[in-house]
Design a protein around this ligand. Structure first.
Ligand code: G6Q
Length: 539
């Protein structure tokens, strides 16, 4: 397949970066009066100010040329058209069908899947209504007060992130907790203080073979049965499953009537708008959940139909490619100015790094250019008092996304203005800095001038939406999903597999049997691992 680094459009960007990549944002703003208007774009309810990026009109044109040359249009249509673009697993990639309207059509092997999607959504809605209203009763006849989602990776990060994000929409009578880690502390903490009679466990696992999830689920079942006097019939009213694998769900002992299915054309990290979102739906209700889906759908339409020059996920992706491949910047920060988005950076970390952390192209040939960046972040303003020092004055330039909202979901005495003032100030300071002449004019001690100078020229996007509603959350997530897809397309990698997790899993299974039997098998490992195992067993 085509090596993108061999394309003339790539070479043009290399040359362009050499000749103009260092131009300071101060100069870019001083010489281009139309810049802010031209580089501020709308997508549904999101407004994104891309003007503080180190790009000119020429840069943007060359990047769009690269997108065209990469076959982005054809691959986008192949994704929406249900073609098996996840070629290493031979599967279509149709998370966009999960938020289809009832009369939309998405086909897999010639069969429309939208009716199936809505059948499951309607079942989820009936179930969550029953739990929320108190009609669904536990084994001893009491209503459910706590829902514990047991899942990991894509079966955890999405519902957890969204549950935090939509806190103001959560039913105060039902609490959700999340167990993911095989560290026993996670399950112990999540069940602490809970009444088994009023607890519902949701076992969320696409494959239903994930060791962490099944281990936690088995121990949760033991906790429940013991708490209910040893009656294993209690499982029926206290365990439901979210999975593609009915056989394994049945073997675990959950009635498949209490299983909410999804399909192998949904990747784990793209699945919380499918059945994996059941805990969220119970928390916020069916209506709010569907508003979230409509937000996803509106962003899908923006992505599929808007010309590249105004297409917000495409532009965000191209800027990321510009920094990663042409200005050699290895990381990307996501900095939400919203406490409710505290898990959003972690969620995006998986979405981006598991999707584009690849070193071979679709055809298996090695890449000779950088692919996915390291994605990281924390909410502001907290990050300002911790790691922003490095973003402002460190030796690594870190392109950043600031995310904020015009209106607080719940304000107290103007606090929201202070929050947003900080966000605007950070983006301004990063871009324009403070010159040594400006510092010298106000600082008495000349020895401090260098320390107090800010070079600036540090790029960021500022993403603003009216309010963090379910619809806006859907829009934000779909925006990043499509951004990641565009970058994967340009790099020619498969953004939908994750073979990188396999080797560690296989080795852990081997070592787990050595630890539980107390019998190390040195022939299986290197000297360092053998020494660590021996030390652990010598406790
Ligand atoms: C996501 C990955 C991975 C997956 C977990 C859980 O895209 O595939 O994070 O979600 O490994 O897998 P199960 O849902 O099958 O338990």
């Amino acid at each position: 397949m085509t090596d993108p680094a061999e394309l003339p459009q790539w070479h043009a960007l290399v040359a362009h970066a050499e000749s103009s990549g260092g131009t300071h944002l101060r100069e870019l703003f001083d010489t281009d009066a139309g810049r802010v208007e031209r580089l501020t774009m709308d997508a549904v309810d999101l407004t994104v100010d891309f003007s503080k990026h180190r790009v000119t009109q020429e840069t943007m044109k060359l990047l769009v040329d690269l997108a065209e040359a990469s076959g982005l249009r054809a691959r986008t249509e192949a994704m929406f058209g249900g073609e098996p673009i996840n070629s290493t697993e031979g599967r279509p990639v149709l998370h966009t069908a999960l938020r289809a309207a009832r009369d939309d059509v998405f086909t897999v092997d010639g069969e429309d899947v939208v009716a199936d999607v809505h059948t499951v959504l309607d079942r989820m809605a009936r179930f969550s209504d029953r739990v929320r209203s108190g009609e669904w009763l536990g084994h001893t006849g009491k209503r459910i007060r706590t829902v514990v989602n047991i899942g990991i990776g894509g079966s955890d990060l999405g519902p957890l992130m969204a549950y935090h994000a939509l806190t103001p929409f959560v039913d105060p009578d039902i609490e959700c907790r999340f167990v993911s880690n095989v560290d026993p502390a996670n399950l112990v903490d999540a069940t602490r203080g809970l009444d088994p009679e009023q607890t519902l466990f949701i076992v969320a696992s696409k494959t239903f073979t994930t060791i962490e999830t099944l281990t936690n689920a088995r121990n949760a079942r033991a906790w429940l049965v013991e708490g209910l006097g040893g009656d294993s019939a209690a499982v029926a009213k206290h365990f439901v499953a979210l999975s593609t694998n009915a056989d394994e769900v049945g073997k675990f002992g959950i009635d498949t009537a209490n299983m909410f299915e999804f399909w192998d054309w949904v990747g784990g990290r793209y699945s919380f708008d499918a059945a994996i979102g059941l805990s969220l739906m119970i928390a916020i209700g069916d209506d709010a959940f569907r508003q979230m889906l409509s937000g996803f759908r509106l962003m899908d339409r923006h992505f599929r139909t808007t010309p590249f020059e105004q297409n917000v996920p495409v532009i965000a992706a191209l800027l990321g490619v510009w920094y990663r491949n042409f200005l050699d910047l290895p990381t990307h920060a996501v900095l939400p100015y919203s406490q409710h988005l505290d898990r959003f950076p972690a969620y995006l970390q998986q979405l981006d790094m598991e999707s584009n952390g690849k070193r071979v192209r679709l055809d298996g040939s090695p890449v000779d250019y950088a692919t996915g960046p390291v994605v990281w972040g924390e909410p502001g303003t907290n990050g300002q008092h911790a790691f922003y020092q490095l973003i402002h004055q460190g030796t690594t330039v870190i392109p950043s996304d600031f995310i904020g909202f015009s209106e607080a979901t719940e304000d107290i005495d103007g606090m929201h203005d202070l929050l947003m003032a900080n966000m605007f100030a950070q983006a301004e300071a990063l871009a324009f800095g403070k010159t040594s002449a400006e510092v010298a004019a106000v600082v008495d001690d000349p020895d401090l001038v260098a320390h107090r100078t800010f070079a600036g020229n540090r790029p960021s996007s500022v993403i603003i939406a009216p309010k963090l509603t379910p619809s806006v959350l859907g829009q934000l997530v779909a925006f990043y999903e499509h951004k990641v897809f565009v970058q994967g397309t340009i790099w020619g990698v498969n953004s939908f597999d994750q073979w990188g997790v396999e080797l560690g899993k296989a080795l852990a299974t081997q070592i787990a049997s050595e630890l539980s039997s107390g019998t190390p098998d040195p022939a299986k490992h290197d000297a360092s691992t053998n020494a660590l195992i021996a030390r652990y067993l010598d406790r």
